[in-house]
Design a protein around this ligand. Structure first.
Ligand code: AMP
Length: 280
């Protein structure tokens, strides 16, 4: 497995693969791998001859009050896991390699970024779209793999690719969960033992939403959301950021239940902000 730390090294590697007529798949990550990341690498292998994983904690997608500094990192372990999963190259740039000091060009995906995490994290998707566009330009992958855990991010990337004519196939992968249903996330490492017990409230709320719609025939999104709110707030240490019910394609909120229905949550458990979603 190659470790590439400069854009120049990436370009050279990509050129070698292209000359051998090999296709390239990309898995963009911020590292601190868990089973969710590894499932994306395995999926990527099914779509391309070569798999490149990027590990970059992208500063431009964090607000000043967020966890950029404390974001968990363990590069040695990540490289070992990537190697075990047959990754061909890891791109591990530092901030200066990725961003020119005079950087001032941004990719803004409108509409889709107005609600959900876009509302609570202003500037977040501008940072995400910009760094992913940079990775796509640099690596020119044939396929790129993203998790449905960050469902809004996946839709934003799909929109950007369509709108800016990137020649890359975007592949969405299912959410990988812990035994009790908690969606795997690098940020789960922040949770204390007691908070970890409460963190299951997101998955339980999503299961409740699914039951209300599928089994009880709920028709009002407001009623579904009220039930979810009550369930989440019955757990200690929780503070709801948002409960969203809407159209999974355009991310517009719905008042009447219409399927497929996206139910998406962001909940603080202690000071850790967790997200999860389901499509019913
Ligand atoms: P991150 O390192 O958190 O930026 O995530 C990198 C990629 O892994 C993104 O496409 C995420 O959506 C995806 N991902 C994160 N957690 C999970 C999970 N539990 N299941 C599936 N994909 C995930």
């Amino acid at each position: 497995m190659k470790l590439l730390q400069s854009k120049k090294a990436v370009r050279q590697q990509v050129l070698k693969w292209r000359k051998a007529s090999e296709t390239i798949g990309l898995v963009p990550t911020m590292g601190y791998f868990h089973q969710g990341h590894l499932s994306l690498m395995d999926e990527c292998r099914r779509h391309a001859h070569r798999v490149m994983v990027s590990i970059f904690v992208n500063p431009t997608q964090f607000s000043p009050n967020e966890d950029l500094e404390s974001y968990p990192r363990d590069i040695e372990r990540d490289l070992e896991l990537a190697r075990e999963h047959g990754v061909d190259a890891v791109f591990l740039p530092d901030d200066n390699e990725m961003y020119d000091p005079d950087h001032c060009t941004w990719v803004i995906v409108d509409n889709l970024t107005k609600g959900l995490c876009g509302r609570s994290r202003p500037g977040h998707f501008r940072g995400v779209a910009t760094v992913v566009a940079k990775l796509f330009n640099l690596i020119q992958p044939d396929a790129a793999v993203f998790g449905q855990k960050d469902f809004q991010q996946l839709q934003v990337i799909r929109r950007m690719v369509a709108d800016l004519d990137f020649a890359v196939k975007i592949i969405g992968c299912p959410i990988v969960r812990e035994a009790d249903g908690l969606a795997m996330s690098s940020r789960n490492a922040y949770l204390s033992k007691e908070e970890r017990r409460s963190a299951v409230c997101l998955f339980q709320a999503l299961c409740l939403a699914s039951r209300l719609v599928k089994e009880d025939g709920a028709t009002s999104c407001a009623q579904v959301k009220a039930a979810l709110k009550e369930r989440i707030e019955s757990f200690p240490f929780t503070r709801i950021d948002y409960i969203f019910t809407g159209d999974p394609e355009n991310l517009m909120p719905l008042e009447e239940v219409k399927r497929p229905l996206l139910v998406a949550l962001a909940v603080f458990v202690g000071s850790t902000r967790l997200i999860d979603n389901i499509i019913i």
